[in-house]
Design a protein around this ligand. Structure first.
Ligand code: ADP
Ligand code: ADP
Length: 228
């Protein structure tokens, strides 16, 4: 079955004074191993969409499922990466990555091996004890990528992960992300503002419009042979 499925979803945020329709008529099916890029203007509900999959926001109507199970609370089967790396400043790189293992009570030895493997994949070997402030923005996001993948989640959610980085660093990280996606088979949902990035990375691009947020196009991407 699908890795992620959303059916007739809508989300309204209510307060005493106002009501915001953040998402409406969202139906999306993501097969295992797909890389779906979500493109749209600010405020169209992209972050909210990812939070629904993560179980951090409840849909007002409709439902979402992850790996065949209805999402009703915060999910373990995901990794989440935000625009800001959100690392613990007083912990070294390896310990920041292993935070995920502590939080989830993973086997320490196994988690350590996995952390070393992920650091190798992302060029962080040699930086095990470096503190976040000693690293560039790109290196910091590599650390959050490793942390998000430590528990081998079948689905990775990325919300403008490289949006704060300079163009060259961004391009390098996108190339690495593409390789990691192919090597791990992780299903990825990526929110981005960049059409070029959406098309470079995605097997499919979902285009959203605002007020209210909805999907207006779903475009398959033809992968060049070297990327298949
Ligand atoms: P978008 O550009 O699609 O709105 P962002 O990830 O840039 O997506 O921002 C999502 C929301 O997160 C913003 O509307 C803002 O409220 C909040 N946000 C983003 N960056 C920061 C920041 N550096 N400090 C505080 N809030 C932020
Ligand atoms: P995007 O990521 O595309 O910028 P968001 O999902 O962050 O969009 O927000 C979609 C809409 O929902 C925006 O109008 C935003 O202000 C509103 N919104 C998001 N989160 C909340 C919240 N917790 N409470 C009220 N309104 C919210």
């Amino acid at each position: 079955g699908p890795a992620v499925e959303m059916t007739d979803l809508s989300v309204q945020f209510r307060s005493k004074r106002s009501r915001t329709v953040a998402l409406t008529d969202i139906t999306m099916r993501v097969e295992p191993g797909e890389f779906v890029s979500i493109l749209g203007p600010s405020g169209c509900g992209k972050s909210t969409l990812l939070k629904i999959v993560a179980g951090l926001v409840r849909p007002t109507t409709g439902s979402a499922s992850l790996m065949g199970q209805q999402v009703t609370r915060p999910q373990d089967k995901i990794g989440f990466i935000f625009q800001r790396a959100a690392l613990l400043e007083w912990r070294g790189v390896r310990k920041n990555i292993l935070l995920q293992a502590e939080m989830r009570g993973l086997d320490r030895k196994e988690a350590g091996r996995r952390a070393d493997q992920l650091m190798e994949m992302t060029g962080l070997t040699g930086f095990e004890n470096a503190l976040p402030h000693e690293l560039s923005g790109g290196m910091q996001q590599r650390v959050s990528l490793c942390r998000a993948l430590l528990h081998q989640p079948p689905v990775l959610l990325m919300d403008e992960p490289f949006g704060a980085l300079d163009a060259l660093t961004r391009e390098t990280l996108n190339t690495e992300l593409n390789r990691i996606w192919r090597e791990t088979g992780t299903t990825i949902l990526l929110v981005t503002h960049s059409i070029a990035e959406a098309v470079f990375l995605g097997t499919r691009v979902e285009v959203m419009s605002a007020r209210p947020g909805r999907i207006v196009r779903s475009l398959p991407v033809d992968l060049p042979a070297e990327r298949v």
